[in-house]
Design a binder for this molecule. Structure first.
Ligand code: SF4
Ligand code: SF4
Length: 344
């Protein structure tokens, strides 16, 4: 059965498929300590179902095995340094929403599992959508190892891949687990613009640009704004710095879902989007998560950091936006540009 599932997963476009049992991950206590120390910031949903996260059997009664899957989204940064007012979007978000594209493949794989078990198995699939410590589970399944930046690294795929999983009541022989292979390297810690990786394997999400530009729904703390640079949705710096990327390859499942238009995000165009314009541009992408107010907040920060006076008219308009969040960040950006000019 295991070989058949793996074969079907590869046919569906996944780049790797591994198996483990449904016991709680060994790192459960570390996760609970991390929650207790409030390093998850305003992501209250993580705390709400913390008990389920550390025990897959609370997610699916009589769970026996977990199938873990990788779908690579390797891609290069193509931003043109000579063009002013371009923003950077994290690589994973320059695709059709992975919840949809990977979800479709997971539905097919789960149906296949049902046919193999004569519909006797109960199974649940998740792609970053369920209460499960997926990186820890994936390491136990041998899909990769958790690096000092706290993300999963595959020896075959590098850092840029999505993880998903199927929890099932079917018993499947587990694969051999993986172990950390960072050695003395600390490149991800050194490169982080906000010192969010406070020590190896410990991320203070409240400092992380991915959190600040995506998860945080309110005003971005002033101390972090200059460090965000031109990143408007997420941050790839720690992943990009990792030497294991030399083994990365192009993903198969995700390749057809690329959104090339998001490689170079024109900040002035984005700042002119109304609600309809935002929805139509980002409806099918993960970027819809921030809503217009969150993305345009980030665009203002990026424009303030770039400091191009060409952005002043657009920022003046944004300063009068109905959304006070956007208006406040536009005012900050104008201050940054004006201060730079006074300084020259
Ligand atoms: S995503 Fe960016 S800000 Fe967050 S830990 Fe990595 S390098 Fe630091
Ligand atoms: S950059 Fe180095 S320390 Fe960080 S995850 Fe990769 S190998 Fe580990």
């Amino acid at each position: 059965m295991k070989a058949a599932i793996r074969q079907r997963a590869l046919e569906l476009g996944f780049d790797d498929c591994r198996f483990t049992n449904a016991n709680p991950p060994e790192s459960a206590n570390q996760f609970l300590d991390w929650i207790d120390s409030e390093k998850h910031g305003s992501m209250a949903w993580i705390k709400r179902n913390a008990e389920k996260r550390v025990d897959p059997k609370l997610v699916l009664e009589n769970a026996s095995s977990i199938i873990t899957l990788a779908a690579s989204y390797e891609g290069k940064d193509t931003i043109d340094d000579d063009s002013p007012n371009l923003g950077l979007i994290a690589r994973y978000a320059r695709y059709r929403d992975y919840h949809d594209s990977i979800g479709e493949a997971l539905i097919q794989l789960t149906e296949y599992l049902q046919t193999l078990t004569s519909n006797e198995a109960k199974s649940l699939w998740y792609v970053d959508t369920g209460p499960i410590l997926e990186r820890d589970i994936a390491q136990r399944a041998g899909l990769g190892f958790i690096g000092k930046h706290t993300n999963l690294i595959s020896r075959r795929l590098g850092n840029f891949f999505f993880i998903s999983e199927i929890i099932t009541t079917t018993k499947i022989e587990p694969d051999k687990s993986e172990h950390n292979r960072c050695g003395k390297c600390s490149d991800c810690i050194d490169v982080c613009p906000t010192q969010a990786i406070t020590s190896p394997f410990v991320l203070d999400a409240r400092r992380c640009i991915s959190y600040l530009t995506i998860e945080l729904k309110e005003s971005i703390p002033l101390e972090f704004r200059p460090m965000i640079g031109n990143r408007i949705y997420g941050c790839d710096d720690c992943l990009s710095a990792c030497p294991w990327n030399r083994f990365a390859g192009k993903g198969r499942l995700m390749a057809e879902h690329r959104r090339d238009d998001l490689d170079q995000a024109n900040l002035l165009e984005l700042l002119s989007l109304d609600e309809d314009g935002f929805r139509s541009k980002f409806r099918d992408t993960p970027i819809k998560r921030t809503k217009r107010r969150g993305l345009l907040r980030n665009v203002c920060v990026a424009l303030g950091n770039i400091g191009d006076p060409m952005a002043i008219p657009a920022l003046e308009r944004a300063k009068n936006d109905q959304e006070s969040l956007i208006a406040e960040h536009a005012a900050w950006a104008l201050d940054q540009i004006n201060q730079r000019y006074k300084g020259n």
